[in-house]
Ligand binder design. Structure first.
Ligand code: SF4
Length: 236
């Protein structure tokens, strides 16, 4: 028996095949798309798309942090970043709720909005669920250009698969992350955090109030949405 018990290589091949299908289908819908085998290659594509001097808006995204997009922009030092979700080293918000909401509104007027996505379907739909709505709204309208990055683990076959993954993986894990790492005890009350299973709750702190499906853009708006699929397991 061979000694290599890891299936990373095999997974990578599958990711690549899925990603090329997604890229082809996104392009068909006037969404620019690229496949980047690694985080490093994705970062270089993203940084080329963010020209010097433009304002950059963002929202809460684990993938962005894993790829290092915001730290790279800061290091380059040529862009103002509007980030309502800045947190200190303890995971707590740097600004209060009122200022956070002001910054969320400011994001709509930025030149470039960079963010992750919950799901991308094989036929090129971007599916997202959000508690506040700020993240999903700015993906559709407001910022002049939108850059979305996603690990290939976010690819599912169709909308049924998308809604299933959001309720079984994305939302429960994200809500648990807020409870554990961001010191938000109210999230411990959510059924999915308590039991690991979604009950389709109507909790005031549900993170599933708004679900959007982006199914292409108008031909004349090509370039508005840009997607980079990465051949790695990233985000939630
Ligand atoms: S229990 Fe509520 S917050 Fe949790 S995944 Fe279901 S709808 Fe979303």
């Amino acid at each position: 028996m061979g000694k290599d018990l890891s299936t990373e290589q095999e997974q990578k091949k599958i990711y690549e095949k899925l990603a090329y299908t997604v890229v082809k289908n996104l392009n068909r819908k006037y969404i620019n798309a690229w496949y980047a085998p690694t985080k490093k290659e994705a970062l270089s594509i993203v940084m080329e798309l963010i020209t010097e001097g433009v304002t950059v808006g963002t929202a809460d995204s684990t993938t962005l942090l894993q790829v290092g997009v915001l730290s790279e922009i800061k290091e380059r030092g040529c862009n103002e970043i509007i980030n309502p979700f800045m947190r200190d080293e303890k995971g707590q918000f740097v600004v209060d709720e009122e200022e956070r909401h002001n910054l969320m509104r400011k994001v709509f007027f930025t030149d470039v909005y960079v963010i992750g996505t919950n799901i991308v379907t094989l036929d090129g739909k971007l599916v997202n669920t959000d508690g506040n709505g700020n993240r999903v709204a700015a993906m559709i309208f407001g910022p002049k250009k939108v850059i979305i990055i996603a690990g290939a683990n976010k690819i599912v076959k169709d909308l049924d698969g998308a809604f299933k993954r959001i309720r079984e993986v994305c939302a429960p894990v994200n809500a648990t992350r807020h409870a554990l790492k961001h010191h938000r005890p109210e999230f411990y009350e959510l059924p999915c955090v308590k039991t690991g299973t979604c009950t389709d709750c109507n909790s005031p702190v549900s993170i599933c109030h708004h679900t959007t499906i982006i199914d292409g853009v108008a031909e004349k708006r090509r370039g508005h949405i840009n997607v980079v699929i990465i051949g790695e397991c990233l985000g939630i």
